[in-house]
Design a protein around this ligand. Structure first.
Ligand code: ZN
Ligand code: ZN
Ligand code: ZN
Length: 319
């Protein structure tokens, strides 16, 4: 069983997944680099992955995206869903949930930053489908949809993919963000968007979405994408809003390609079942620097690129 454990006194959780240490990481990296033949995510190697859960098919019968359970899950649908405390200090549960992979392209040599806005829109729709599919299950509190790109971004397989994991806890960062929003009348993000879209930190804007480098950016070239309308979840977006968000995601990733930047992005939303307000957004986190002793032990991040300079880069005004 994969176990979820809480720190003695802090609200800090850890997943202990010991089977993961058996993973032949080094082999996977080499295989991904040298040849697509051994790559389980490539077209023609579909039999090497767990049973497919869904796909987007092309008219000729081939696929453009497909998704299936992760062979090396961080969570599993077994064990005790609710946390329990023994002897005051030992709080634990099963790390309960599902962990899926979405392979975004049959091609080994294509990354997400090569995608058009229309292709990214297709991917966002897959996210919506999986988030609602997994989020409604018994014992599930949240569905984390995240992209790891590049080895510093945590991608151990070079073939472009997204991970989607449902978990039996509402992640602390989301809880903190939702709680902090309650310190303001209405939605603070609706006002922040209004303010930032005209600031030195503005990056991209269209009719339905906006992107800016956040005021206290933690990562070099960090960028947040918001729908302009107050939307709690991406699944509530109209067709025009989906297109607008996808266009800005495409512009963002095309700029990251110029830097060949490893990155993560994550969808932030609040599930229907949680009592609270939220404004959906995508946080894009380039991984060009390493959080070291100071950051890991103080929680205060040292960032060598100001968000104002980052925004100039995204707007194409650098140099
Ligand atoms: Zn591949
Ligand atoms: Zn809002
Ligand atoms: Zn957020």
């Amino acid at each position: 069983m994969i176990e979820l454990r809480k720190d003695y006194i802090l609200d800090r959780w850890v997943i202990l997944a010991p089977s993961r240490k058996k993973r032949p990481r080094d082999f996977v990296r080499q295989a991904a680099d040298v040849s697509a033949n051994a790559c389980a995510f490539c077209k023609g190697n579909e039999k090497l992955t767990p049973k497919e859960l869904g796909r987007i098919s092309n008219p000729d019968g081939s696929w453009s995206m497909r998704w299936f359970p992760n062979l090396f899950p961080a969570v599993q649908e077994e064990g005790q869903k609710e946390a329990r405390t023994d002897n005051t200090f030992y709080t634990f549960a099963a790390a309960y949930g599902s962990h899926e992979i979405v392979v975004e392209t049959p091609r080994h040599d294509r990354q997400l930053w090569d995608f058009s806005a229309a292709e990214l829109e297709q991917l966002l729709k897959v996210y919506n489908e999986r988030i609602s599919g997994l989020g409604g299950k018994d014992g599930i509190r949240y569905v984390v949809a995240f992209k790891n790109s590049g080895s510093e971004g945590g991608a151990s397989i070079a073939h472009s993919h997204t991970q989607i994991a449902s978990v039996n806890v509402l992640p602390k960062l989301l809880r903190e963000e939702a709680a902090a929003m309650k310190n303001y009348p209405g939605c603070p993000y609706c006002r922040i968007i209004e303010s930032e879209k005209g600031s030195y930190r503005r990056c991209f804007e269209n009719n339905h979405a906006v992107a800016f480098a956040p005021y206290a950016s933690r990562f070099n070239f960090e960028l947040w994408i918001f729908p302009k309308r107050h939307l709690r979840q991406l699944s509530g977006a109209t067709a025009e809003e989906m297109a607008g968000i996808s266009e800005i995601l495409a512009l963002t990733l095309h700029k990251l390609k110029e830097l060949n930047a490893p990155y993560n992005y994550i969808l932030h939303y609040l599930p229907e079942a949680e009592n609270g307000n939220f404004h959906f957004h995508i946080e894009v986190q380039p991984r060009l620097s390493i959080w070291a002793g100071f950051e890991l032990n103080t929680g205060i991040i040292i960032n060598s690129v100001t968000p104002e300079d980052a925004a100039r880069f995204y707007r194409g005004e650098e140099g």
